[in-house]
Design a binder for this molecule. Structure first.
Ligand SMILES: Nc1nc2c(ncn2[C@@H]2O[C@H](COP(=O)(O)OP(=O)(O)OP(=O)(O)O)[C@@H](O)[C@H]2O)c(=O)[nH]1
Ligand SMILES: [Mg+2]
Length: 332
């Protein structure tokens, strides 16, 4: 069967709710093989519309803060409200070798066995703990499969920690009480893009949870708000007892309320532009470094920079001055 034929078949199966087709599509978009990517692009082309009504929620926080348990709790509540929930847990690559690729699945035992839910660990490749370039495509695929709520779990470490905020409508930052008596444990950059902050494990030590909540609320007051019509709540939640989960759910529901629909559309428009820019840079670098001669010259120029023989900006200017770019007419 040709590529187009198999793409049509997979899309039909995906739309009819086949989990096998969904897993296959997600594997295709994560693949680095050229023929897989070609098929993935074809599938994506047919999946990219009709996704505006979905809820895309990001949950980020340090390792062990309780992200998976929180998602399981909130996910089950969302299912009870009639939503279909897909979870993409971006697994830090460094831990994959330790066999934790299925770890997140194991830690969402309830959610992953529900018929209206789908849980999948997805590799973050070189982006340690952040969003993989394919995560955005994975969201679109899940939406085409009929999931109206997509939750992304990422560990907020490294430079890519705020990338996930550019992937989702609502970005929830999870924090532990007393991770330092101030907010230094949480970087300012990530606080600035949070739409909600949840202090997890509130069953453990109530007084330090309250203290941390007050500190975080105070800190947020001095930061620019991500969205003008939304004041970032600091909530407390125990995913074990369920205490505080109702407040989190109310907050999610009001964030996605009809009055904010226009703002959501605007945010997604902006995000699509951002992801175009990122995809373009990544693809240009990938294609160029695929050419042996370019890679060789690149290494030579880099070496000259390191040795102080030439300024980095000049080296890049010279190197790219030797690349010949032509634009082919798009086929009709
Ligand atoms: N007491 C208490 N323990 C919790 C709560 N939520 C999670 N835990 C425990 O904290 C540990 C880590 O929880 P996870 O949900 O796996 O945390 P995570 O942030 O997903 O961890 P990584 O994915 O490894 O970064 C587990 O042993 C949970 O049982 C809570 O609300 N209260
Ligand atoms: Mg987890």
């Amino acid at each position: 069967m040709d590529g187009t034929g198999s793409a049509q078949l997979i899309i039909a199966e995906l739309r009819s709710g086949s989990r096998r087709a969904l897993s296959k599509c997600l594997s295709l978009i994560e693949s680095t093989r050229a023929e897989d990517r070609a098929l993935a692009y074809e599938i994506l082309e047919h999946c990219s519309s009709h996704t505006d009504g979905s809820w895309r929620i990001g949950c980020t926080g340090p390792p062990g803060v309780g992200k998976s348990t929180f998602i399981e709790r909130i996910g089950m509540e969302l299912l009870a409200r009639g939503r279909r929930v897909a979870v993409l847990a971006v697994d830090p690559s460094s831990r994959r070798t330790g066999g934790s690729i299925l770890g997140d699945k194991v830690r969402m035992p309830l959610l992953s066995t529900q018929s209206e839910a789908f849980v999948r660990p997805s590799p973050s490749k070189a982006m340690l703990g952040g969003a993989a370039p394919s995560t955005r495509d994975a969201i679109v695929i899940c939406e085409a499969a009929g999931f109206d709520t997509i939750i992304i779990e990422t560990v907020g470490v490294g430079q890519s920690e705020t990338d996930v905020a550019d992937l989702v409508d609502m970005f929830i930052l999870l924090a532990l009480a007393n991770s330092g008596d101030d907010v230094q444990g949480i970087k300012r950059g990530i606080m600035e893009v949070a739409d909600a902050v949840v202090i997890t494990k509130s069953d453990v030590d109530e007084s330090s949870v309250n203290r941390s909540a007050a500190i975080l609320t105070g800190a947020l007051r001095f930061m620019p708000q991500a969205e003008q019509d939304w004041s970032v709540p600091v909530m407390k939640c125990s995913s074990l007892t369920g205490q505080g989960a109702d407040v989190v759910l109310q907050s999610i529901e009001s964030f996605f309320g009809a009055s904010r629909a226009e703002r959501r559309v605007g945010r997604r428009r902006h995000q699509r532009g951002e992801w175009f820019d990122r995809a373009l840079s990544a693809e240009i670098i990938a294609r160029l470094t695929d050419v042996d001669a370019f890679r060789f010259e690149c290494e030579r120029m880099r070496h000259q920079c390191v040795s102080g023989l030439v300024a980095p900006s000049l080296a890049v200017h010279r190197l790219l001055g030797r690349v010949n770019i032509t634009i082919k007419q798009e086929s009709p």
